[in-house]
Design a protein around this ligand. Sequence first.
Ligand SMILES: Cc1cc2nc3c(=O)[nH]c(=O)nc-3n(C[C@H](O)[C@H](O)[C@H](O)COP(=O)(O)O)c2cc1C
Length: 190
Amino acid sequence: MLGDLIRKNRSYRRFYQDTPVSIETLRALVDLARLSASAGNRQPLKYILSCSAEMNARIFPHTRWAGYLKDWGGPAEGERPAAYIVILGDTEISKDFGCDHGIAAQSIMLGAVERGLGGCMIGALDRDGLRQALGIPERYEILLVLALGKPRETVVIEDVGPDGDIKYYRDADGVHHVPKRRLEDVIVGR
Ligand SMILES: Cc1cc2nc3c(=O)[nH]c(=O)nc-3n(C[C@H](O)[C@H](O)[C@H](O)COP(=O)(O)O)c2cc1C
């Protein structure tokens, strides 16, 4: 069921780093993105795939993790993503990527969850550093990095409480809690 996939499709930030994600899997995930909606059907998105330890190590230092978890500096060696998909905007096709990369990212993430994987969309990036590390030509805008792997943490959805706090948090058992606004609070007209 799609609803089950969407509920399971949480942002996972700790992984079994040694459980590989194959290049075929990454290609299959990009294939889902390729078939997704695109404004004006311009399809300006391009992708870089990474699933080797060497290339992963070039990407990781340029990613920023879980801003609300102030005492956590991101996944430690051993629990880092086993793969990445870098989503680029090809400026020779379009100057404005609208929400195409969000739609593509969601397709990829749902496909990953369907395959027993999980991940996190990373928009907080050292873009210049990443561009240099991967030798990404200026022609491409770096839009998002999708970190992928076999999740090594439990993430649960909560209702946003009366105080309205939307900050996610990790409890003493290492379980990650994500407050979501209630349905009646997000429908503002009918
Ligand atoms: C466009 C976008 C950019 C994001 N960038 C980051 C990021 O840079 N680092 C990070 O740890 N999480 C990032 N996230 C994950 C969000 O923090 C996460 O979606 C949110 O906490 C809700 O959790 P959930 O995905 O499990 O529903 C991003 C999510 C989106 C949609």
